[in-house]
Design a protein around this ligand. Structure first.
Ligand code: PHE
Length: 342
């Protein structure tokens, strides 16, 4: 029996040598320590050993069994260690590799400018109301006191969808919509897109953006218009920017004005931007016409108001020195990506 134990030990060692995965190790374990394995067989042979030698023989077998299982578990530890390391090295991330750059979208410069104007006006106590871009002739013209034969109503200037429906030509269409359903006091701004049937040139486009502002309450006067406008321009352009008001005509205001600021490019010296006048036109404005208030069931004896309408592209052009209005609509990333601002 001693002989058998010695050769079994040798055979076990030589079977163990080439093993290099835990799975192979498991089969060696089954082979030697399994129920039908050689160690178990030796146990069965014990009964044929003479009684006086049996305890000693039993000890040999037990020692062998113990030795085999200890060797196996030491080897198992070793293999698991190696396997884990190789798994980890496969999963290794090279953090020195530069990341892939993602181009994130950002707000269009028109939206940014609009947001900036909205912020300033909210700071002055106005709130925002949006109006429809497709609207009726009534809100775009009639409620605003445009005579039926007013040239602005002409097909050549306005995009009609049907005889009574059109693309709004200005954001003033929100004035009557808000006033007929909300009693004064009203301090409203309304940003949005407007459309006119014009030639597309460096200075004009069929689609552009405006912000309407109007304030209706008792005793609203020209002084309120001037001071609110100046407070806005001080914030948007620069504090104390010189302004100029010229008489003008819009059917829905009386008196009507055009608002100019001193040219921010030449400081009033005269340049290409201001066509050598030293001034830049920035908004149409005026005191809301009593007829418009009446159309909205607001008593013009009791209430008065001012309104202005300001283009968005124009202030943006002035502020950022852009020389062609068409570039706003072209979505050229080289242009758009210059305005990293929000
Ligand atoms: N709606 C006018 C325009 O588009 C601007 C304006 C608004 C004028 C409000 C006076 C009062 O030209």
């Amino acid at each position: 029996m001693q002989q058998e134990i010695v050769s079994l030990r040798q055979q076990f060692q030589s079977d163990l040598k080439p093993v290099n995965t835990s799975a192979d190790l498991e089969s060696v374990k089954v082979k030697y320590l399994g129920k039908k394995g050689p160690v178990q067989n030796l146990m069965k042979l014990l009964k044929d050993v003479p009684a006086e030698q049996r305890p000693e023989a039993g000890k040999w077998i037990n020692d062998l069994k113990e030795e085999i299982s200890e060797t196996l578990s030491a080897k198992l530890h070793q293999l698991i260690n190696v396997e884990e390391k190789s798994q980890l090295s496969k999963e290794k991330i090279d953090i020195s590799l530069p990341g892939r750059r993602h181009f994130s979208g950002r707000k269009h410069i028109v939206t940014q400018t609009m947001d900036e104007i909205i912020d300033i006006m909210i700071g002055l106590g106005f709130s925002v109301q949006y109006g429809p871009e497709i609207d009726s002739e009534y809100y775009n013209f009639e409620a605003l006191n445009f005579a039926p034969d007013h040239p602005a109503r002409d097909m050549q200037d306005t995009f009609y969808i049907s005889p009574q429906t059109l693309l709004r030509t200005h954001t003033s269409n929100v004035q009557a919509r808000v006033m007929e359903t909300n009693p004064p006091p009203l301090r409203i701004i309304s940003p949005g897109t407007a459309y006119r049937n014009e030639d597309i040139t460096a200075r004009s486009h069929v689609m552009f953006h405006q912000i309407e502002a109007f304030y209706v309450d008792e005793n609203v006067s020209f002084a309120d218009l001037f001071s609110t406008m100046q407070a806005f321009l001080d914030k948007f352009f620069e504090p104390g920017i010189p302004t100029r008001y010229r008489p003008s005509y819009f059917p829905f205001v009386e008196p009507g004005l055009e608002v100019d600021i001193r040219c921010i490019s030449c400081n009033g010296q005269g340049c290409m931007l201001c066509k050598h006048t030293g001034w830049l036109e920035i908004a149409g404005a005026g005191m809301i016409h009593p007829e418009v208030l009446k159309n909205c069931n607001i008593d013009p004896e009791k209430f008065s108001g001012f309104a202005w309408g300001m283009g968005i592209e124009r202030p943006a052009i002035l502020k950022y020195g852009i020389n062609d209005i068409r570039i706003f609509m072209e979505n050229d990333v080289r242009f758009l990506s210059q305005f990293h601002k929000f």
